[in-house]
Design a protein around this ligand. Sequence first.
Ligand SMILES: [Zn+2]
Length: 240
Amino acid sequence: MLVVNPLYSRLVLKHIFWLFMLLIGMFFTGCESNKHHGNIKSIDEIKTVESRLVILHPIKNLEHVWGIQPFSTRDNKHGIMFHNGLDYFINTSEAVVVSSVDGTLLEARVFTRPEDGASQLNLIIETPSGPLVSYSLEPSAGLASIDKKKLQLEIANEMKSRLRVKSGASLVKGQELGVLIAQDDWAHVHMSVKWPVNRSEVWLCPAEFMAHQLVSGIQTRIQRWKDINYQSLSNIEICN
Ligand SMILES: [Zn+2]
């Protein structure tokens, strides 16, 4: 029979107690760091977490793009209008639209905006690690007559029927998705990036996730858009 020294067993109990406290401490520290993980604020933190998100332009041939409206926050330093994505305006009657990311097509639907009755084709792509990339294919922009809106809806439906992919399809970067059909010079693809999914909406500037040469390749198109809309400004950035 094993006789345990009472002093020895007290020591063992004491050690078990402190080991237990240590485990509890580790558990709460873990929760705390997860909380910080889910409460991402700066673009640098997001880029660290989401280093695999690399974005291309949504239009296959940039020569078909005459101008680009940049991303701008509500309190941007130039005072230009809020814009939660990039708009690619085309100079051809139609332009091939490609997937700017690897991901899954969550949704493809014709949408008529209740505010102004404008119709567009919306595509939502989920990237493997969560952020959503959305496209709105808009045949025209600005005020429109009843007839123009009617045609806009027909074009939106035609763009949907010419899609080469269905909802649920896996997409690879650069894959042709369909076409943007122009009704006037302001036909564009609006591309936005939303983080994180299913939390409060945080819009990120898509250019933050593009290779440097892609960003430098669109500078003149950004300035062209600026020259039409904000002649008094000397220069604007892609992410404002
Ligand atoms: Zn836009």
